[in-house]
Write a protein that binds this ligand. Structure first.
Ligand code: ADP
Length: 264
């Protein structure tokens, strides 16, 4: 019996040692890496055929020989769906690549306050359509060193969501506020539908949408906030949400004045 016990103990020790040394994790990591690479390759390969379908739909849309209202509607529908899919594919590609950390920051100096008011103004036509008052406040110069293109994408995601999830006649406020030393902080606040407490943590997950039908109707795919989170992480900043259901939502982003180039 002692011999059997000894063998069992030895086996246990070996298995434990294996797990503790991290070697058991290798197949899991490899599988994850394969899956990520597959997502990146698939979305990349989908871009070309989608562009071809889009160009064909454009051709049909402008063809004067097509006069049937029914056909015109079908073509418009195809175009709309292809447009959505193109966005989804490019978002997917970004997400899959960022996992790979192949996503590198192009650091440069720019005025983040100016960028925020520019980006918010891009959404003005959409806000006007819904009679939403878009208010840009406290945008004195805040020069930071970061990836301007990505920070713009981050701002766009937040302002776009604020307008999307605010009913007609509401308000969207964007602006800067005081942040502790060496950091800048901006916010995007709306008087929209709000997000329930239990959903607030999950909205940053990929493909998570509180109301799938509503989000889809608005052209959403549930990737926006996960991309926003990724951009913030790459800059070693933070993003927070506070929200009251039926009252409105506020997203606050804090960034370093000088982002460090991430190597890993
Ligand atoms: P989507 O493409 O669906 O907008 P996001 O990742 O940008 O995807 O957001 C995830 C979900 O979080 C949305 O589907 C929506 O339910 C919720 N959400 C995001 N921003 C807001 C907001 N400003 N007000 C209310 N709900 C929001």
């Amino acid at each position: 019996a002692m011999v059997v016990l000894g063998i069992v103990a030895l086996l246990l020790a070996t298995v434990l040692g294996h797990i503790l040394s991290g070697r058991a994790m290798v197949p899991l990591r490899e599988a994850y890496e394969k899956q990520r690479q597959f997502a990146a390759d698939a979305s990349h390969e989908l871009r070309t055929p989608l562009a071809v379908v889009m160009a064909s739909a454009d051709l049909l849309e402008n063809d004067p020989s097509i006069t049937s209202p029914f056909l015109k509607q079908v073509i418009a529908d195809v175009r709309d769906e292809v447009k959505k899919m193109t966005r989804l594919v490019s978002d997917l590609l970004l997400v899959a690549r960022s996992d790979n950390k192949a996503l590198k920051l192009k650091l440069q100096k720019f005025d983040a306050a100016e960028l925020l008011s520019q980006t918010a103004r891009l959404m003005q036509p959409l806000a006007d359509k819904k009679h939403i008052a878009l208010d840009i406040r406290n945008c004195d110069a805040h020069v930071i060193q970061a990836d301007e293109q990505k920070i713009k994408q981050l701002m766009l995601i937040l302002v776009d969501n604020a307008v999307k999830y605010t009913p007609d006649g509401g308000e969207v406020h964007v602006g800067f506020e005081k942040a502790p030393q060496g950091r800048v902080r901006f916010f995007v606040q709306d008087t929209g539908i709000g997000i329930a407490k239990e959903d607030q943590r999950r909205i940053f997950d990929r493909f998570y949408r509180v109301d799938k039908a509503r989000s889809r109707e608005m052209g959403g795919n549930g990737l926006g906030l996960s991309i926003a989170q990724e951009i913030v992480n790459l800059h070693q900043g933070s993003i927070e949400v506070t929200s009251t259901l039926g009252k409105g939502t506020r997203f606050t982003v804090e960034l370093r004045t000088k982002a460090k180039a991430k190597t890993a």
